[in-house]
Ligand binder design. Sequence first.
Ligand SMILES: [Fe+2]
Ligand SMILES: [Fe+2]
Length: 347
Amino acid sequence: MSSSDTSEKRKIATKKLAVGMYVNLGKSWLHHSFLKPNFKITSESQIRKILKNGISEVTVDFSKSDLPAERDLARDVGITDKLAYIDDPQRGMDPPEHFNPVDLVSEALRETIENTSLPPQTKAKAVYDHSVNMMNSILEEPNAENILSGKKMIAATVDFILADEETAGYMSKITSHDYYTYTHSVNVGMLSILLAKQVFKGTYGTHNMRELGAGFFLHDLGKCDVPNSLINKAAPLNEVEWETMRNHPARGNQLLMEANQLSIECGLIVMQHHEREDGSGYPFGKLGDEIHIYGRICTIADVYDALTSTRAYKKKMAPFEALKVMKEEMLHHFHPELFGEFVQLFH
Ligand SMILES: [Fe+2]
Ligand SMILES: [Fe+2]
């Protein structure tokens, strides 16, 4: 490469990145823990994080960088005395086999929650996006390590929702309407925690809100084995397919038990979120008060999210429309007072 090279975008080995460079990671956010693939590097820890994400090369746009391309050229020909950080021994220390995507998004989420300079709306969206990223990783590989890391991150999110009134208020308005199990899990997780926060106000001490949050976020963990073609099937399910679908609460319960993470709260929510007040639900057809309040909370958020999401076979409903249908056509499925509290979340 010669000094006459004037192209502004160039592929650079991640180990050679410097603070001030504007990078494009070239991958969707599902593959890394950054919210955007394009950004200016503002700290050495960001470079380490790119390496930890397993990205060895990125595109640098020097027209948007704080340092000119010439500095990079100097480095390429060996003038590294002023750029000793290139050989920073800490870089790339973590071998790829220790790469844990859930831990990485946890770190990114914690940074977002602790960032006091973000406006509430931006923060709410950032916490939401990180949570979606986390749930995607857990559902792709629901092993004990990922479930445990996920629960720690959910605990941080729950603490944040309980403590930060302003940002939490935006949560009910930013949920994604494309239906994937991981977006659905986060939508239901967030809405259920907001409802629990309202219903249990002043009595948090008698409820383990972190475990409740874990149950809400992981309520459909057992769907990790259900093919997407079945989840999005427009036609009625045949007997075998229906059996697979009906089994997802028990499967989720089993996965949590195997991971040694099955609390009472998680068990009640995972097993009861498809039960209905009138006994028409599954897997046990429980009736009214036989269904625990934790399960009843999750049911309402679960149905609301299903109605307001786009599926292969139906359009999404607007929030107001969904609440109206739930009240006028489905109220026999829900605990009426809890449903009344749920409606209040949108006022
Ligand atoms: Fe479910
Ligand atoms: Fe669900």
